[in-house]
Design a protein around this ligand. Structure first.
Ligand code: ADP
Length: 238
């Protein structure tokens, strides 16, 4: 689904992604865990085709990130709200659907499914500017799913979201992955990382380690992921 081989990206002389390798199989939920400045956003920009790496190769959904066919199968949930505040929940979703060429009865059916999934049916006629942060986050998730993406990228999806909603988010993500979509979550929150099937520890643009959360904790004899991350960092230091 996604295969990144040896990519490097520099800004001037500053190497922000260094010889990174990453493989995400079909139907998996993969976490990119790293502190601020680790290179997560840069990596997302490369995967979504907004940035070209200086070297290395990337194959996504059988093509290259900039191929139209590939972009049409990508879903992206940004950290910052990207909704139209003066439109209702449903109007926002209709807008995103039409951007992907979904219209008429097909669009209505998809919207009904998404409103049910994200439990937004009751709020569908409310203006986005009147919604709470958590509800707006759900609309954003629904908007990222409107075209049934096969590869979904979520930037800190549940940061600032209450625990109940976080749990529901993960339930929805698992449902998507069971349908065969792959999910890439970037986060510096341990709770988010723990819910992923596989995680990559990223620091200063370098992959420190990759594996299942439990396996990583075991490998470093660590009680939690934070301790495992620290141990991996120390092991990687000269
Ligand atoms: P993260 O998302 O993990 O916080 P980023 O990918 O945003 O990390 O940033 C990685 C590093 O690249 C940081 O040191 C940041 O200052 C630097 N950086 C990001 N974007 C640019 C840019 N456009 N020009 C120069 N440096 C940048």
């Amino acid at each position: 689904m996604l295969k990144i081989k040896n990519i490097t990206k520099r800004y001037g002389r500053h190497e922000v992604v260094s010889e990174l390798n990453l493989t995400i199989p079909i139907g998996s939920i993969f976490g990119l865990l790293g502190p601020n400045g680790a290179g997560k956003t840069t990596l997302i920009r490369i995967i979504t085709g907004l940035l070209e790496p200086d070297s290395g190769s990337i194959s996504l959904l059988g093509g290259k990130p900039r191929d139209l066919k590939v972009r049409q199968q990508l879903g992206y949930l940004p950290q910052e709200a990207a909704l139209y505040p003066g439109l209702t929940v449903k109007e926002n979703l209709q807008f995103f659907g039409r951007c992907y060429g979904i219209n008429g009865a097909a669009l209505e059916t998809r919207l009904a499914e998404l409103l049910t999934l994200t439990e937004l049916t009751e709020q569908k006629n409310q203006l986005v500017e009147e919604l709470s942060g958590g509800t707006a986050r759900r609309v954003l998730l629904a908007s990222a799913l409107v075209h049934r993406p096969r590869f979904l990228i979520l930037d800190e999806p549940t940061s600032g979201v209450d625990p109940l909603l976080r749990r529901k988010f993960w339930k929805w993500l698992r449902a998507l992955s069971l349908e065969g979509a792959s999910v890439l979550v970037t986060t510096h929150h341990l709770a988010e990382a723990e819910a992923c099937e596989q995680i990559l520890f990223l620091r200063h643009g370098k992959a420190l380690d990759v594996g299942e959360p439990k396996a990583l904790m075991k490998r470093y004899h660590a009680p939690d992921l934070e301790a495992a991350f620290l141990a991996a960092t120390l092991e990687g230091s000269p």
